[in-house]
Ligand binder design. Sequence first.
Ligand SMILES: Nc1ncnc2c1ncn2[C@@H]1O[C@H](COP(=O)(O)OP(=O)(O)OP(=O)(O)O)[C@@H](O)[C@H]1O
Ligand code: SF4
Ligand SMILES: [Mg+2]
Length: 324
Amino acid sequence: MTRPALVAVDDLAKHFPLPRRGLGLRTAVRAVDGVSFAVAPGEVLGLVGESGSGKSTVGRLALRLIDPTRGRVRFEGHDITAERPRALRPLRRAMQMVFQDPYASLNPRRSVGEAIGEVLRLHRIGVRADRRERTGALLAKVGLAAADMTRMPREFSGGQRQRIAIARALAVEPRFLVADEPVSALDVSVQAGILALLRSLQEELHLAMLFISHDLSVVEVMADRVMVLYLGRVMEVGPTRTIFTAPRHPYTAGLLAAAPRLHGVRPAGVTLRDEIPSPANPPSGCVFRTRCPFAVPECATTIPAPRPLGPGHTMACLRDDLRF
Ligand SMILES: Nc1ncnc2c1ncn2[C@@H]1O[C@H](COP(=O)(O)OP(=O)(O)OP(=O)(O)O)[C@@H](O)[C@H]1O
Ligand code: SF4
Ligand SMILES: [Mg+2]
């Protein structure tokens, strides 16, 4: 990548300790294990992988909503994994999150205006009268009416509530947004409208975004680049078009083969068999080997290092003879 990074993540790991069983060794769920990536200003990086692959944990680590077991996150050059809470405050404003469930992220007893006004007050943006005006303008920006300010969250549909959550996240003028499955809880009929809104706001505000979804058809329209995660490790990363039309990692090919509703040509013949193993006890060598149709004996003993394939395209597989 040629553009300087806004967010730079280096060898990030999060191991959740499991309760000790008897006298056995203490074990942990290795939710994220050695993930590195960068997001440029105004860039959308899509993060895909099956349920349990560690996507949400990466998102929470990137905003330091949780502390890493290992590794670093730099935001505009500041190491946010080392900053004290006080020093983090101005950075928190610049990094926001939109969650899957807008029902859970809005207080049912607060009007929409109060919910957005509270965020403005917390970050000391504007004076009282000014905040009202800002809130109205924000609601208009996400396709609602300024008059909706006085209404309660329960009066809105799921899609409208997600619009409110987006308005609240954008209220503090962030430069980096983590969107964790922002349309997965919504009817398919309203998903496209929310995605179009996110994409147009992202372009208008030159927002950098980590866009998390298990749905490849959603990532295909949203992301500039795509990162594929499996058992807490990056399998492949590359420009969206490359990942969708010429994937090089067997796991990427398997995900694409299983995905419905894609625009690009779908690689045939790679079937993801069995279930994802437990991240408490991941396979040795290549973590994907127990499900990989192309595994060779070396895959059990060697952890594949990321290999550059082309501009911005990297993958972690020992075999370089595979094409899909
Ligand atoms: N607080 C926690 N304590 C213990 N284990 C956790 C915790 N949070 C996540 N995990 C485990 O870490 C792994 C990765 O979880 P994560 O939620 O990041 O996956 P995901 O890719 O977001 O999945 P999904 O698509 O279902 O949202 C899972 O095995 C999960 O059970
Ligand atoms: S390293 Fe081996 S097991 Fe892993 S994806 Fe490549 S061929 Fe499959
Ligand atoms: Mg998740």
